[in-house]
Write a protein that binds this ligand. Sequence first.
Ligand SMILES: [Zn+2]
Length: 182
Amino acid sequence: MAGKRIATALLLALVTSCTPSAPHPAGGEAPAAGNTRVAGDGGIPKNGFISLDDDAHAAIANLDPVLLSAMRKAAADATLQGVEFRVTSGWRSAQYQQRLLDEAIELYSSEEEARRWVHPPEKSAHVTGKAMDIGPTNADDWLIQHGAEYGLCQAYANEMWHFELLTTPGGECPQPRGTPGP
Ligand SMILES: [Zn+2]
């Protein structure tokens, strides 16, 4: 039982984590509820992934178009080097983000602990369509090395899979925020 619980906790952390101690910058963007172009909550099954080209999926279609096109450019170049990108999370509705937080609170039996791993809707860059989680690990390594050429940066030190547009193409990424989590 304990092993399963820990495994579930790890999976949840991998899929949904975002460290609240290193909040996303206040962007002032319009809430995603107002700019949803494809219906759905953006949910991708745990341990699942979708293609960057899956325009019918809300997780892709409701992303910031500038972020999506930067990621597609990067993915095309990575493919030439034999590295394939998979999307494990993109846009999420506020309701979906809240559900992830609620699940984490249940899992950890502690809201404080849950918030170490899952942002509330008002703090998540996924809800504004400004963040993407990419896998597998070799794709993350590639993006950490080459992402700045496209404006794509690893946002958190403890989340090698979470990327946001944090610089101009060809610029320099800021230091990933936060200290490594548990
Ligand atoms: Zn993320």
